[in-house]
Design a protein around this ligand. Sequence first.
Ligand code: SF4
Length: 268
Amino acid sequence: MNNGKITFGWDLCYTCNYRCPYCGVWEQKSGKDILLSPQEWRHIWHDLYKKYGSAHIFVSGGEPSTYPDFFELARMLSDEHTLEICTNLSWDTDKLIPEISNNVLRIAPTFHPAFAKFEEFFERAVRIKEYLPNFQIYYVAYPGQIEEMPERSRKFKKEGISLIPLPLRGNGFVLNSEAEKKIVEEVSPYKGEKLLYQLQRISPKGRLCRAGQHYAVIRTDGRVDRCSQYSDGSVGNILDKDFMLYKEPLHCIKDYCPIESQWILENE
Ligand code: SF4
């Protein structure tokens, strides 16, 4: 869907209507302190459109649908950009579907068993199948819910949907045991380097990577990081009128690349 466009990850808010035991994002305090309003974001994304053309925006959080006026904001942004919403799928998707076409909008749901019933999540995901990115849904490989993962994966597969296990992470490391990693390997449709990076079997350190150049992550206050693993704002601030992405790929200094390894250059 991104067709060679610049891709931006975007932490819109850190609020969430769930309290999953493996996620500390909802403990961050953006409930009261959303720094940028929908109008400000609209201007920012319009300026980025003028600078880089239509971008692919991967909006995440927290749960983006808990941001005030989220649906109005999503409609506005989809005039100029393509939008992918990382969500727990607890909201009414009729608010955006079918009004916005699946050429422009994708919905990337993660199942959270502590707060959602599987049957309900399953039905909702199947109903919006044409809007799922690559017909995929996500599932955190948390010890308390990993046993059910293979069966749930089979059920989705019958509907032509892939369940993507997300290894459990904390403090820059993968936290799953070897036995749990094996389940992830068996269930995951990913093979090769993508899976090896996810499970921290290989390190990105020293690799040239286009994160920061063709891709970057915008935080709630406008700071921009290379990818989700960095939090130094080294790409700049989106509120700066002279904001520019890196001009070239740079070496990675991290030990773990759990999510965005597709930006690593293959033949350096
Ligand atoms: S290799 Fe991975 S962790 Fe390193 S900059 Fe690229 S995307 Fe980020």
